[in-house]
Design a protein around this ligand. Structure first.
Ligand code: ATP
Ligand code: MG
Length: 706
């Protein structure tokens, strides 16, 4: 009898010990998080003390230099910017970066996606003379850039694994002899690290003083902490070793301090001038929507949204969790009349390229993709990015959603959130460093009905907050949000988990909800399954509960167990509050859509791009330029040139003016419908001459006039 009692106590001790061990590891994890946050906050304080964002700091250099003063190349630079690139004014930091490069400094540029990093090295490439070498990680990015530059009449070439012999011969000869014009040469990192022949030609170019600038695009690929690490990027340090006097510019949209430090070290540019712009994307409207438990419900909602807001075939992306889901949802959208196709890593490279190309040329409206549809996306006029499931971290969400609105025009980012999607993600990321912490950060983002979405990004990237200007659902939509104390219900959930564990059983989130509703029938009348799941996930992110994982031969399952703060709750030292919102009052539409003349100009750019070899429509005219032409209605080539610069006017001016005139004659008699909703790019001629109607939200208020 006595031995039985001892056995029992022993067993209890074992359970308790296991529990304590679990708590210790959770606490250590928690401690790590606190340390990490502490250092983030310190960096934030420093940035605040230095004040003024965007932050431009001189990395290793101590002298405070003024990069915006007047330089002798200013007017030439302005001419190239406007007449060749058709860009009417610099965006934040662009001018300063160009000046630093022109002064021969090494430069590190951290600038949000679509911020305009390319111009920062392409413009000095033309100004400095000689040849600029650009290292870029993806063939598709390189092709896009070379095609775009060629359309502007800039002699840009590439050397990649797919380059033909003729092209290679031309490039090598140009590098060696310098007789032919080679302004910008794009290569993949493998060329630098693996091709001795290339490096020897580059050396010759350098010895003849013709290597004027080295640019490392998507430089975060150097760092193992980055999301797109490329081993060959590690070997790029050879460039600075071989050519120490040639200025190097490294550019990336990934902002973390750790990656910045890694980059300067790996590229051997410790004394570089660092330009860090804000992560803010003021033109993006962020929102989170509740995802229907019924699979088709969410597809209906997505299809309705696209039809209502983007009926003129404006481009968009829908991100999905799995390959199967991509195919399914692309099909479902097609059934609902949306032109959509899927893109994922299981597809043949040619198929993927085909889908990408159709989309780039606006022949396909929506790409439904997995995260594989990533870095190579260069399309500036993506008007919406929809997440059918949540991303695995704030950082990936920032990057994926950031593919919208790279042209600076209003665009929307919608995330469909459902608690049941969390275990799907967690069982994929739990083995990654900080995988669960990162996931729970984005879950908090999704669950909040009051906090500004934008400020979550500022916090995440350790940057001082900026005004959202009503550009997220929580700031823009007036809804009645109540905080309800659900501690009692939370205790029931925790007890239920304890009971299950006591029986040596495991429980998933789904089973937990069912068990609870079965046991407490009174509750099931009040609480829907979704709401219980919502609470369970909240308890997990608040460390009251915890996820643990078990592998089967086919999958990894996520189970719910007791977390380190469970006792605090049970003993009444912790309360759990949930936000509930009763109604949301929708404000007016925020989308930008073409109407009247813009539509005609949109068609014209498609036609001209198809006729002009294989360039993309936005290379002919950007959406901003379409907006400006439509609102200003130029009636001569001189006037048009003031909007789109010399080069494009020479190439396409007559056709554009023809379209403007034709539209003008037709629209004289048409009375505008003042009740029409939405942000149309143009209005009637009478107002147009005095007022620009394009809603252009730029990334900085520090911009200079042209
Ligand atoms: N000063 C400017 N004014 C207006 N448009 C600009 C300006 N600078 C760049 N752009 C346009 O912004 C878009 C994005 O530019 P770019 O491709 O250089 O972005 P990026 O910073 O390299 O982004 P990513 O990180 O996604 O590669 C392009 O269409 C480009 O023509
Ligand atoms: Mg870029």
């Amino acid at each position: 009898m006595e031995s039985e009692a001892i056995q029992e106590e022993l067993q209890n001790l074992e359970v308790e010990l296991k529990d304590v061990q679990g708590q210790i590891s959770a606490l250590i994890e928690h401690q790590d998080r606190l340390y990490e946050r502490k250092s983030e906050l310190k960096t934030l304080l420093k940035a605040l003390a230095a004040s003024g964002s965007p932050v431009a700091s001189s990395g290793g250099s101590t002298a405070i230099e003024n990069w915006s003063e007047a330089f002798e190349w200013d007017s030439r630079a302005d001419g190239i910017r406007f007449n060749i690139f058709g860009i009417s004014k610099y965006r934040a930091n662009q001018k300063e970066i160009i000046n630093a490069i022109m002064l021969g400094r090494d430069v590190l540029v951290i600038m949000a996606a679509g911020g305009g990093k390319s111009l920062c090295y392409q413009l000095p490439a033309i100004l400095r003379g000689g040849t600029t070498l650009v290292v870029s990680p993806l063939l598709s990015l390189i092709q896009d850039q070379v095609m775009g530059l060629a359309a502007l009449g800039i002699s840009a070439y590439m050397l990649t694994s797919t380059s033909g012999k003729e092209n290679e011969k031309f490039v090598y000869k140009a590098l060696e002899k310098g007789e032919d014009d080679l302004k910008i040469l794009y290569v993949t990192p493998e060329k630098v690290s693996k091709s001795k022949r290339f490096m020897s030609k580059l050396e010759k170019c350098h010895n003849a003083c013709r290597l004027s600038l080295i640019s490392i695009d998507e430089a975060h690929c150097c760092s193992q902490w980055g999301h797109d690490f490329r081993p060959d990027y590690k070997n790029l340090s050879i460039l600075k070793t071989q050519f120490p006097k040639v200025p190097m510019v490294a550019l990336t949209a990934t902002a973390t301090q750790k990656i910045q430090n890694d980059l300067t070290e790996m590229l051997h540019i410790p004394k570089c001038v660092k330009f860090v712009s804000s992560v803010n994307r003021p033109n993006l409207f962020y929102s989170v929507r509740e995802k229907s438990a019924v699979g088709k419900g969410v597809v209906d909602e997505i299809a309705d949204f696209i039809r209502e807001s983007y009926s003129n075939n404006e481009s968009g992306i829908v991100y999905c969790f799995s390959r199967k889901e991509c195919e399914q949802i692309a099909g479902d959208l097609r059934e609902r009349g949306i032109s959509a196709d899927y893109y994922h890593a299981d597809m043949d490279v040619n198929m993927r390229e085909k889908v990408h190309m159709r989309w780039s040329k606006n022949k396909l409206q929506v790409i439904v993709g997995t995260v594989a549809f990533g870095m190579g996306i260069n399309k500036p006029d993506v008007r919406f990015v929809i997440h059918h499931s949540l991303s695995k971290s704030m950082e990936t969400y920032y990057q994926e959603s950031g593919r919208a609105g790279r042209d600076g025009l209003p665009s929307e980012c919608i995330l469909f959130f459902r608690s049941a999607d969390v275990p799907r993600q967690s069982s994929m990321v739990f083995y990654e460093y900080s995988g669960l912490k990162n996931l729970y950060d984005i879950v908090r983002y999704c669950q909040s009905k009051t906090k500004c979405r934008r400020s979550a990004f500022f916090r995440h990237f350790g940057e001082p907050s900026q005004d959202c200007n009503g550009m997220c659902d929580n700031c823009a939509l007036s809804s009645e949000v109540k905080e309800v104390d659900v501690s009692d219900l939370a205790k029931l959930v925790v007890s239920m988990v304890q009971e299950t564990l006591a029986k040596d059983q495991r429980v998933t989130m789904l089973q937990l909800g069912d068990k609870l509703r079965n046991k407490h029938k009174d509750l099931s009348a009040e609480l829907k399954r979704d709401e219980i799941e919502h609470l369970v996930i909240k308890l997990i992110v608040d460390s009251v509960l915890k996820e643990e994982f078990q592998h089967t031969p086919y999958s990894t399952n996520a189970y719910v167990t007791i977390g380190p703060l469970a006792n605090q709750l049970l003993q009444g030292r912790k309360t759990i509050k949930m936000e509930t919102s009763s109604k949301q009052i929708k404000k007016s539409k925020r989308s930008i859509s073409f109407a009247g003349l813009e539509l005609k100009l949109d068609e014209l750019r498609k036609e001209l791009s198809a006729a002009d070899g294989n360039i993309l429509p936005h290379t002919v005219l950007s959406t901003q330029q379409i907006g400006s032409i439509s609102s200003q209605k130029p009636d001569s080539l001189q006037e048009l040139e003031k909007i789109i610069g010399k080069l494009k006017t020479e190439k396409y001016g007559d056709r554009i003016l023809e379209e403007v005139m034709r539209h003008d004659t037709v629209s004289e008699d048409i009375v505008e419908d003042p009740t029409k909703e939405g942000t149309c790019v143009s209005r009637s001629r009478k107002r147009a001459k005095t007022q620009k109607d394009v809603v252009l939200v730029e990334s900085s208020n520090e911009e200079e006039e042209a």
